[in-house]
Ligand binder design. Sequence first.
Ligand code: GLY
Ligand code: MN
Ligand code: MN
Length: 498
Amino acid sequence: MTKASDELKSRGDNRSQQPHNDAFRAFMGSDWGPRPAGPQRSAVADFLPARHEALSKLFPGERLVIPAGEPRVRNNDNDYRFRAHSAFSHMSGLGEEKEPGAVLVFNPKPEGGHDVTLYFFPRSSRSSEEFYADAKHGEFWVGARPSLEDVHTLTGIKTDHIDNLRDALSKDLGQVQLRVLPQSDAEIEALVSELRQAAGIDDGAEARDLKLAEKLAELRLRKDSWEVQEMRKAIRATYDGFEQIIAELPRATQAPPRGERVVEGAFAANAREQGNGLGYETIAASGNHANTLHWMTNDGPVKDGDLILVDAGVELDSLYTADITRTLPVNGKFTDAQREVYQVVLDAANRALEVAGQAGARFRDLHSAAMEVLAKALENWGMLPGTAEESLAPTGQFHRRWMPHGTSHHLGLDVHDCAAARREMYVDAFLEPGMIFTIEPGLYFRADDLKVPERFRGIGVRIEDDILRTQNGAERLSEFIPREVDDIESWMAGIWNK
Ligand code: GLY
Ligand code: MN
Ligand code: MN
């Protein structure tokens, strides 16, 4: 943080009328009962050594710094809820709001491999002023922070006080190279930069840091069995959220002009109840709003006779998120025109899923498979300037007017997971067991698009599912969330007739 932002943040102290005398501190520090027992070892702890070893092998002899990050300022001394950088979470196993300001350090061992230590600000004793007067760390303000022992028990990782970080990072610099994960914690990046300059090892540092980010992303391309379980839970919680939405749809239609907010709110309430919250901002797009790809304003009406496109995902306490889209008829029944468009998108999704399970399939083949189905339908509807084949050629691509986004992305701790991976490891890569990705074709027929047959104008459809590539094929992890036309209609009727 800059000096000015630090100063602005601390201006809130001008309002403080806290007493600071010794008698008061002694009074506050006395007569507290015993603390509850600390945490148990978490299930993810058993999976961390393999993740650490995989990273260690990529950077022999180098010191690696992976900060959790700090809470971001919302305004003045009000922060957004803290959420750690996903690379930190992956390597530490810490989710929820744990642990702002923490830093994971991989320190090279002379005999090879790395020692891994988690540096953070543990709770202080109740006899300190921090206990009641420090709004950032104090127990009166943020609850009892974990001790060094607590976090060690929870994760199995060695822990140390953040005050010892500078010394740990400085040791033998020059002989040892130092890399830091960028875009996570500006203060730690600045510290690393200062230490590198002092040791004369700053040349090419940016590229080295970028390489660390890239490798941390690529190590998440294949999920371990614990991660797959978390993804199953996230999708199950998201399913519950869609059920809450359907239950609230009748009220949404009676709440003009902001029925979309009713839908957004229903999903958000469930996401906070079951998980850490939303994996990303919910898109609740009714009628023609579905044709605005990132419609997150969600302040429109939900009208009987329209479709509503909802793209939403629950992020669990572990920070793994689902990413599901369903397009639902607001009154429970698709019209003929809606059904016709919907079925084409569903056919495209099914075709991509088929390819996802084939031996030798590459990530980019999913998109091509879906585009072939969509282009053929657009040709049949007379919407293309030539044939589907001509459109699918690189010199054509006319079908993309109605499907401008990608068909798939990796999914996990981030909704667009592993985004820092190289192209050859992502779109050009072969699908491998353990990869989890979306399939999400759509057709977007804007109300003012004169190239669209009149009966389709204002209809926007996307269907998005979360897929696990397995040894022998592909599993649609979200298969229990209805998506066939008839299944959606009976799902909605079932909830309304309960
Ligand atoms: N919800 C963002 C996406 O589908 O990629
Ligand atoms: Mn998606
Ligand atoms: Mn989505």
